[in-house]
Design a binder for this molecule. Structure first.
Ligand code: SAM
Length: 271
């Protein structure tokens, strides 16, 4: 079946998820639009611009690290007014802590068309680095993606203690610089032996993986000198023993579904 590749439109803003860092993890659609863009506004602290430059060495690359929201929007609007193909390159996937709504509202107010190209979030690159499933049958079937308050406060009810008490796999962004405080708060509601991992710069050449428990991870992170660009994953889905025992119903021999007839695994009845 031929893929119906959509034509990239001039005078439009594309919010593209750049993926977690390794340029290989940019989607095919993202790479195609990026190669066609006239202006690329990127988050310099997390998007590896030098690695992506090969995809487009003729467009204007603007690092948004030192810009205010108004200045970033100004860049997008200016590009569109010149009939350019404009890209806002976000790290990972733009829908997770991507500060996208505050820009798209401004674009909507000006009647500027925009669309989103999803990306591989760092949470998935971290899970790949750990070679783990975030969901494990009968261990955790829920994943919570969250952060702790920095300059952005947490809404009521989303305190880390409340979220951690669920027992779901917990993924915490934007908080590694406060690891000691974070683990102390988690330890008020979870067993100190709960498995925890921290992955820094997932998928980059200098990726760092720290493994431990709630009781030990702070020390491991300090030893590895991880201060930023890292996320913390906590939960029993990280436990290798629980992983070995995990079995889903989907692939069980006696389970029938739309694509496969179940096999009867009952022992033959004595004749
Ligand atoms: C502003 S948020 C953006 C998240 C991004 N939209 C995503 O989907 O991964 C930045 C935070 O994401 C996490 N992060 C981004 N890239 C990462 C990577 N390659 N490895 C580990 N954590 C990363 C860190 O917690 C960092 O503080």
């Amino acid at each position: 079946m031929a893929l119906n590749i959509r034509k990239t439109e001039r005078g439009r803003v594309y919010f593209i998820g750049a993926g977690p860092g390794d340029p290989d993890l940019l989607t095919v659609r993202g790479a195609r639009i990026l190669s066609e863009a006239d202006r690329i506004v990127f988050a310099g602290s997390l998007v590896p611009e030098p690695a992506l430059h090969d995809l487009n060495d003729r467009g204007l690359w603007v690092d948004s690290a030192g810009l205010t929201r108004e200045e970033i929007v100004g860049q997008l609007v200016e590009g569109v007014s010149k009939g350019e193909i404009v890209v806002r390159l976000a790290s990972g996937d733009p829908s997770i802590f991507g500060a996208m709504a505050e820009m798209t509202t401004e674009l909507d107010n000006r009647g500027i068309p925009w669309e989103v190209v999803p990306g591989v979030s760092s949470v998935f690159a971290a899970a790949a680095a750990l070679r783990m499933e975030l969901t494990l049958p009968e261990v955790s079937q829920t994943v919570i993606l969250t952060r702790t308050a920095g300059r952005t406060p947490m809404p009521p009810g989303e305190e880390i203690e409340a979220l951690a008490s669920h027992g779901a796999t917990l993924v915490i962004f934007l908080s590694i610089d406060r690891i000691e405080e974070l683990v102390a708060r988690l330890a008020t509601v979870r067993d100190p032996e709960t498995p925890v991992a921290v992955v820094a710069r997932a998928s980059w050449d200098n990726e760092v993986v720290c493994r431990g428990t709630l009781a030990t991870i702070g020390g491991e992170v300090r030893k590895a000198r991880v201060m930023r660009q890292a996320l913390l994953i906590m939960g029993d889905a990280l436990d290798p023993e629980r992983r070995k025992k995990a079995r889903s119903r989907l692939y069980a021999a006696d389970f029938t579904h739309g694509f496969r007839e179940g096999k009867n695994t009952d022992p033959p009845s004595p004749s």
